[in-house]
Design a protein around this ligand. Structure first.
Ligand SMILES: [Zn+2]
Ligand SMILES: [Zn+2]
Length: 367
């Protein structure tokens, strides 16, 4: 087959296949089926692109393109879901580690969508990075901006399996249109999307630390946030109890995102794709888990959550969050939340139990 462009560092396999299709002018389907001998069809690649490849598939692609199989494996989401997460091997508890990995895998990957950094896309000519598909990737450390999640023109999310032309422009078709012709598509240049600068250096440290903890990127100089991986379910409590006042000291972008004003959003808006939603949760999680004064942070968190609950009660709101009544019962799946987070919430009457039903296996003891 013709020579192919080499994968860009960190590029997703789907993006690279699109880059080859564009470069060689061979349709992606033909490439997969006729040049690489991969069975092509809904059963094998449900979305038309190889998200999961067998070893045999990788061997075939490696033979055709000269790109080593290990490199191909590193370009797939399986690298996060099928292998140990580097931040986790210190637990000495296989069952707990398997559970934590399963949960992290469930919350780590954004289904069917990808965020993007417009500066990166512009610099690399439209190569989409694999880590932009991770829910805990909220910023580009290199360009020090929050990633983008939605097209500023049509408001829709961006796929990671777009047609080759779609790598630089929004490929969405307004719902009233049926034609897939490019003249009917949104076509907004994704490289020109305004990216919000990250002004809080701690957020960039968190992002770098997450990359490193997942096996990507250099070890950050700042303290580790490995505990964030030990206690991924802390995010669950944050989703439930967060309030705007918790962001008074945060990056201006997070303050704005959490100030309670309801911006008009398109019907295609998805909070799980919004990088500012992830950044907000991780900012609070870092304070509750990894901050040197985490105990006082946890107390402040509980006080603010309680104040919000009182406010909502006065307004006649029966409950807030998505989990139902206060005090909140721990869902069965929630067990690895540290006691210094749960105790103040319990003391404020927001949690029914002081600790999750299953004791954390990491040696934390209830006082
Ligand atoms: Zn970038
Ligand atoms: Zn658009």
């Amino acid at each position: 087959m013709p020579s192919v462009p080499v994968p860009f560092p960190g590029e997703s396999l789907a993006s690279w296949v699109d880059a080859i299709a564009l470069h060689t002018e061979i349709p992606r389907k033909t490439l997969l089926r006729d040049y690489w001998g991969l069975p092509h069809g809904p059963a094998h690649f449900p979305h038309g692109m190889p998200d999961g490849l067998s070893d045999d598939d990788r061997e075939r692609i490696a033979a055709a393109t000269g790109v080593p199989t290990e490199d191909l494996a590193g370009m797939q989401l399986d690298r996060y879901t099928d292998q140990p997460i580097p931040a986790l091997p210190y637990s000495h508890d296989d069952a707990w580690e398997a559970e934590a990995r399963r949960h992290l895998n469930n919350i780590l990957i954004i289904p069917q969508c990808s965020r993007w950094c417009p500066h990166c896309l512009k610099a690399n000519g439209g190569r989409w990075l694999l880590r932009w598909r991770l829910a805990w990737s909220f910023a580009c450390v290199e360009h020090q901006v929050f990633l983008c999640g939605h097209c500023p023109s049509c408001g829709d999310t961006q796929g990671h399996r777009g047609q080759p032309q779609a790598r630089l422009r929004c490929p969405r078709i307004p719902s009233q249109r049926r034609s897939s012709s490019w003249k009917h598509r949104c076509g907004h240049p994704l490289t020109e999307t305004t990216a919000t600068p990250v002004t809080d250096p701690r957020l960039l440290e968190i992002q770098q630390s997450i990359h490193h903890s997942l096996g990507d990127g250099l070890r950050p100089a700042a303290r580790s946030i490995r505990l964030l991986f030990y206690h991924p379910l802390t995010m669950h409590l944050i989703d439930r109890f967060q309030s705007p006042e918790m962001f008074h000291e945060a990056d201006p972008a997070l303050r704005t995102a959490n100030n309670g004003s309801r911006n008009r959003r398109s019907s295609a808006y998805r909070s799980d794709v919004d990088p500012l939603v992830s950044a907000s949760a991780l900012y609070l999680a870092d304070q509750l888990i990894a901050s040197p004064d985490r105990a006082s942070r946890a107390n402040a968190f509980a006080d603010l959550a309680h104040a919000r609950w009182l406010r909502e009660q006065e307004r006649g709101v029966q409950y807030f969050g998505y989990m139902g009544d206060v005090p909140m019962e721990f869902p069965r799946s929630v067990r690895d939340v540290p006691p210094w987070v749960t105790e103040p919430l319990h003391a404020q009457g927001l949690l029914a139990e002081r600790t999750p039903a299953v004791a954390p296996p990491l040696g934390f003891r209830v006082q």
